[in-house]
Design a protein around this ligand. Sequence first.
Ligand code: PGA
Length: 261
Amino acid sequence: MVNEKIRRPIIAGNWKMFKTHLKGVKLVQEINYGIDKDIDAEVVVIPPFTALRSIKTVIEADKMKIKLGAQNMHYMSEGPFTGEISPVMLKALNVEYVIIGHSERRQHFDETDELINKKLKKVFDVKINPILCVGEPLKIRELGRQKQYVREQLNNCLKGLNKDYIQNIVIAYEPIWAIGTGKTATPEDANFMISFIRQRISRLFSPIISEKIRIQYGGSVKPFNIVPIMVQPEIDGVLVGGASLNAHDFISIINYKRKLK
Ligand code: PGA
């Protein structure tokens, strides 16, 4: 059973606040060594800001297929914002992806849909592809209101975005109760929510755009559950946290197609 996807799968590793630049370089070299040479998925590593430059250098020097992403950005090009990183700075490092609105930023740094919307409006100016995270907390899931909750997040975060750019967005559906907890949504449920997100994109933009946009699942993705997740027709990839910090586990996730043959 070889599962062919309509959209190119994207497998991204969000390292969060782990790995110094030295450990990060070692990890990316190990990942590169283990990736199947004929891989058709896009592989992205998303280290902390301090490791971006060093990792970009080894990616370029060794002509790796791995792409680089950042975990956050400010919505201005420059200014008196101590401690912030601008999208122009990320672009200068050839960063190709940036996570926007991760639930940990919403939870611990009070990021609102309004702020996320400002960042999304800016990110297309510098031609970096955003990975927009949406997903409901446990309480909402227990009330069965996850569709309404995610619909609201999409309406607010995507408000006023340019139709010409929106097809470059990647959306990650990450139910908060599944992040770092070892609990995953069932693959069928993740597929259902992702299909729902696609329908919303169709309504907000157009059916053609909704068919082009890649939507990932995130939340306790591990080597043992990657196959049932990736065989779901609507799921175009995964955003991996904990398991992306270990070369062996991340490689096993990236090379999931081996388990399909
Ligand atoms: P996890 O994190 O894989 O450790 O659950 C996913 C994420 O936060 O992107």
